[in-house]
Design a protein around this ligand. Structure first.
Ligand code: 6LW
Length: 498
């Protein structure tokens, strides 16, 4: 079998996977986005379909006012005795909590908090007992993996927190998971930080409380030594055995733009590698511990068809699944049909840590061609390429009595400005954004003519420039500082990737 990574593209970091029956489920972190913690479903570990979100209510998702990389950090999904559990951290509240459901396509419970610190929580079940794992630090501030037993009905701790393992000495020990395979307990984690030095390590013990013996050839997976290779930052992942007895490791990585200094702006995406067992009860991941763009799994004969091309339109997208908002939206400012969306601007702008009128898709490929017709009304309405509140580009329309002004603006840290502007004697405009790995190209269609409005570099929306944990969103937005109650209408959206 052959397939290409990433298998899930765009800003879907920190994947965790589990199997329930003959299906696989995966969740990812979502930070300040609403809804929170996307859920994907697959029947072959390669092709994934977004089926919903775990956190769909403000009572579960307390992210108002948080920074773009605050809020919901790495989640873990587990299936135990017919019930799904998703445990995660609201990093802005320094709170670890889990929710559960007996219907993966339905709503999840109210949050149940656990009084153990650290981030990247995980759950482990054995018999009638439940265990809560997270990263942490010992009395000397050294990173470690820690665990306590909990009452899964209440989240109450039933044991003290105990340190299980200090990892291999890399910085930022994160993403801990505990498994039992055969006679051994395995502890898996990531070190190095979710950047170019990222790596995956593991250890094993005959007891879940340790002592744990480090795999002799850690890191079991890393791309840190592959200069110039497209796929970088491989780390943070989870193990699952499939229904045919094959083993997989789903993990994060990012696609760098190899122009020194390299950068990435699509965020961290989901990759899958084969996991193979040795005779000695140790396992390896990937081909020689490397996360590959093209992966061959000779042990599996069936062919997997992947198709990353698409033509997205309002009627091919699902308003409740594919789109996201910044923090908790005022749904009264949004009206959607299968052919268009109307947005009522508020005083909040894209540079505010609030919930501006903004509805977005994750940018999931370097190259795309986007067009959309916008009738702004007497407010600002446009399409934003949004990394965070201080790193975003917009093609903007502003309606007047008989004309519409179209301009291209940028915000890069404390620098902002406009690269072009023009007026159309109309009340609406069809705007266009074309992208490749290095640039976004802006234009407007007027009387059948394409008028170029300039280009801006993708580099200045990258994680290396902006920092943080997100990836570029393609957002439709409206801003009306006077809050006049006008509606901006967006129609004929086309986003094509070949
Ligand atoms: C995630 C942790 C991390 O919880 O960043 O750098 C956090 N590593 O594993 C957000 O992705």
């Amino acid at each position: 079998m052959k397939y290409n990574n990433p298998v899930v593209r765009g800003m879907y970091p920190d994947p965790s996977v589990c199997r329930a029956g003959d299906k696989y489920y995966m969740v990812c972190s979502s930070f300040a986005l609403f809804p929170g913690v996307p859920i994907f479903e697959s029947d072959n570990m390669i092709n994934w379909k977004l089926i919903g979100h775990c956190l769909t209510r403000e009572s579960q998702l307390k992210v108002n006012g948080v920074s773009c990389s605050g809020g919901i950090f790495a989640p873990t999904i587990r299936f135990n005795k017919g019930r799904f559990y998703m445990v995660t951290t609201n990093d802005s509240l320094h709170e670890n909590f889990y929710v559960y459901t007996d219907d993966i396509y339905g709503d999840w419970s109210e949050p149940i908090t656990v009084e153990q610190d650290g981030i990247d929580p995980s759950l482990y079940f054995e018999g009638d007992k439940s265990y809560f794992i997270s990263n942490g630090s010992d009395e000397n501030g050294i990173g470690c993996i820690q665990m306590c037993e909990i009452d899964i009905e209440t989240g109450k701790k039933l044991s003290d927190t105990k340190i299980l393992w200090h990892g291999t000495g890399g910085r930022y020990l994160e993403a801990p998971h505990l498994y039992r395979f055969g006679d051994w307990y395995y502890l898996l984690e990531a070190e190095g930080g979710t950047e170019y030095g990222h790596m995956v390590n593991y250890s094993r013990s005959k007891s879940m409380w340790g002592p744990f013996e480090s795999y002799p050839h850690n890191p079991v997976l890393t791309n840190r030594n592959l200069g110039g290779y497209l796929l970088q930052g491989a780390g943070h992942g989870d193990i699952v055995e499939d229904k045919e007895g094959n083993w997989w490791f789903a993990h994060l990585a990012f696609r760098q733009i190899d122009r020194w200094l390299t950068f990435h702006h699509l965020g961290r995406e989901v990759c899958v590698e084969p996991l193979r067992w040795g005779e000695d009860g140790w396992f390896t991941i990937g081909n020689d511990g490397i996360a590959g763009i093209e992966v061959e799994v000779p042990e599996i004969s069936n062919d997997i068809v992947q198709d990353f091309s698409y033509h997205k339109t309002f009627d091919t997208l699902d308003w409740n699944k594919d789109w996201c908002y910044l923090r908790i939206p005022n749904k009264g400012n949004y009206k959607m049909t299968d052919r268009n969306v109307s947005l009522r601007g508020s005083k909040y702008t894209l540079s505010d840590l609030a919930s501006p009128t903004f509805i977005a898709l994750r940018q999931d490929e370097f190259t795309m061609e986007l067009s959309c017709k916008i009738r702004p009304g007497r407010q600002e309405a446009g399409i934003s390429l949004y990394m965070d509140d201080t790193h975003h580009y917009e093609i903007v329309t502003e309606g007047g009595d008989e004309q519409v002004r179209v301009s291209v603006r940028y915000t890069i840290g404390c620098v902002s400005g406009e690269i072009s502007s023009m007026e159309l004697m109309k009340k609406k405009a069809t705007v266009q954004i074309r992208s490749d790995a290095l640039y976004y190209y802006f234009s407007v269609e007027a009387d059948g003519e394409i008028i170029e409005l300039g280009k801006l570099e993708t580099r200045y929306l990258s994680s290396e420039v902006a920092g943080g944990f997100t990836g570029v969103l393609i957002g439709l937005y409206a801003v009306d500082r006077e809050e006049q109650g006008e509606w901006a209408k967006f129609s004929k959206l086309n986003i094509i990737h070949n």
